[in-house]
Design a protein around this ligand. Structure first.
Ligand SMILES: Nc1ncnc2c1ncn2[C@@H]1O[C@H](COP(=O)(O)OP(=O)(O)OP(=O)(O)O)[C@@H](O)[C@H]1O
Length: 407
């Protein structure tokens, strides 16, 4: 090898018996100098070798790390069912296969039933997944029975009726649809301005149909879970199948299903893949059983028409800003538990709230209550509502100024 040429020969001392005393001394001196020289040479070589060894060790460490990564990137996900004297019983996700296996010794003490774990090809548990790694749990919000009822929603009775017909009826009376011979709508799309009660409506229909509510936010899929979008969409439908009856709710669907002409979002191949996965899940979902699919958007104009075709989101329900009557009902709902003065008139206040969404009205009620508290009163007066309205309007103006300043 180029970096290890043969070692220098060991110097020999050759003394001739014929030599004089002086000659012998000279020969020994020379021999001594030669030994020193070889010694220096060997020391240099040793330094070189040590340096080289350091380099190689760094290479090995790097390869080891790479190997670890390669090993861990091909792990499967499973849940721990039971820990027995014979080993760990796990259930693999996806195929639900149960296996009795062993855990890496360093994990023995940490393992608990219910843990999500990563297993290798021979099913040995390699890693316990914490919530951080569990993107599925982060990306989806699962609620057994959301605490919203239809009566909590004001001003959109017609929309409630339509959602009940499209979601609740097929969940509760599938036989009726079969007997009449009509297919219930595949997917229900709620569209309208922000804060008008779209999410509430989806939660209420899940609650009142005794279905599990599974929410996924489209915007998070593209912002937070880059590269995982299509897998998470697949997981979403799988989870719903495990938990039926279930209502799937995809909020801000425009984030994954924008028109192709919108270069900023749709140019992204990953977003396209996520949308294709969503479409294929919906198309392949003929025998939908007890799963209903809902979605919401504030940007109906941005949606790719592909998602609106029959068999996909084919029931569109517009949830508009509330009118005066709706605003009064929403204000009534949000002041139900508040100690409001006799003289305060909800409909007069509501009449003045043109352009307010349900969410705006909810903050107005809280803000009015805060005025009473600051004033040391226990009753909320008409004046408190007016003060709250002015405060929110001022806040809006500041926001506008900030936005104008930014652009
Ligand atoms: N119609 C309504 N009746 C009563 N409260 C409402 C109504 N609409 C909105 N609210 C209040 O505003 C909050 C937010 O509403 P929600 O999340 O349902 O709106 P959204 O339409 O889904 O909004 P976004 O499009 O911003 O997600 C609710 O928790 C509720 O307090």
């Amino acid at each position: 090898m180029s970096h290890s040429p043969s070692l220098p020969d060991r110097p020999r001392l050759e003394l001739d018996p014929e030599m004089s005393e002086t000659e012998r001394l000279e020969a020994i001196r020379q021999h001594y100098r030669r030994i020193l020289q070889v010694n220096n040479e060997l020391e240099d070589r040793l330094d070189d070798a040590q340096g080289r060894r350091g380099e190689l060790k760094t290479d090995v460490d790097e390869l080891k790390r790479e190997n670890e990564v390669l090993k861990t990137s091909s792990l499967y996900i499973a849940s721990v069912e039971e820990i027995t004297d014979d080993g760990v019983v796990i259930k693999q996700h996806g195929n639900n296969q149960e296996v009795l296996t062993q855990a890496a010794t360093r994990l023995d003490a940490d393992l608990r039933p219910g843990d999500r774990v990563a297993i290798n090809d021979s099913f040995a548990v390699q890693q316990v997944l914490d919530d951080e790694t569990d993107s599925r749990a982060q990306a989806m919000q699962v609620t057994e029975s959301p605490d919203v009822v239809y009566d909590d929603i004001g001003g959109i009775n017609e929309q409630i009726r339509e959602v009940r017909e499209a979601v609740e009826d097929p969940l509760e009376n599938p036989e009726q649809f079969e007997a009449v011979g009509v297919e219930p709508p595949s997917g229900v799309l709620l569209h309208g301005p922000p804060g008008t009660g779209k999410t509430m409506l989806a939660k209420a229909v899940a609650n009142e149909s005794d279905a599990t509510f599974i929410k996924m936010a489209g915007s998070e899929l593209v912002r937070k879970f880059i590269g995982e979008g299509s897998r998470l969409v697949r997981d979403l439908f799988e989870l719903a199948a495990d938990r039926e009856p279930a209502v799937i709710f995809i909020d801000e669907i425009d984030a994954v299903a924008a028109k192709r002409t919108d270069s900023k979002t749709s140019g992204d191949a990953e977003v396209q893949r996520t949308m294709m996965q969503l479409l294929s899940e919906m198309d392949g979902f003929d025998d939908r059983g007890e799963i209903r699919i809902m979605a919401a958007t504030n940007r109906f104009d941005m949606l790719d028409e592909a998602i609106l075709r029959p068999g996909r989101f084919d029931r569109l329900i517009e949830v508009p800003e509330p009118n005066a009557e709706g605003r009064a009902r929403i204000l009534e709902i949000h002041t139900e538990d508040m100690n409001v003065a006799e003289e305060a008139d909800v409909s007069t206040i509501a009449a003045d709230l043109e352009g307010y969404s349900g969410a705006d009205i909810a903050s107005l009620a809280t803000e009015a209550g805060m005025f009473a508290i600051r004033d040391g009163r226990t009753e909320v007066t008409q004046a408190d509502f007016e003060a709250a309205r002015e405060k929110l309007q001022d806040a809006d103006k500041t926001e506008e100024r900030v936005i104008n300043y930014q652009y």
